[in-house]
Design a protein around this ligand. Structure first.
Ligand SMILES: CC(C)(COP(=O)(O)OP(=O)(O)OC[C@H]1O[C@@H](n2cnc3c(N)ncnc32)[C@H](O)[C@@H]1OP(=O)(O)O)[C@@H](O)C(=O)NCCC(=O)NCCS
Length: 75
């Protein structure tokens, strides 16, 4: 998954709401979890991913950080 929030609206909780809506839609459609590729410097995406109620697994794919979670692995 990948999405962005317009700069003027970042840090206001929209990313968190979008993420929860995407998880809800994914669950309804039989999708097991999310995978996101991001820069290791992208603290807002990393923090956003980790603020959700799922266990997050992190690994590197070359220079890129790979974040994964499954909806059946809650914290
Ligand atoms: C990543 C992105 C989608 C987050 O959306 P957002 O609406 O700004 O995020 P939210 O306001 O919902 O914040 C969610 C969590 O992220 C963290 N966060 C948000 N902005 C942050 C920042 N500037 N620095 C560090 N952490 C941040 C907070 O931990 C927050 O949790 P909290 O509510 O418990 O404090 C947004 O910053 C963005 O569009 N960035 C550019 C595009 C991008 O990088 N997309 C992801 C590609 S994989």
């Amino acid at each position: 998954m990948a999405f962005s929030v317009s700069k003027d609206f970042q840090g206001k909780g929209l990313g968190k709401i979008l993420f929860a809506k995407l998880a809800e839609a994914a669950l309804e459609n039989g999708i097991a979890g999310f995978i996101a590729y991001t820069s290791p410097q992208n603290k807002s995406m990393i923090n956003l991913f980790k603020s959700l109620p799922y266990t997050v697994h992190t690994t590197f794919d070359g220079d890129v950080l790979l974040l994964t979670c499954r909806f059946d692995e809650t914290k």
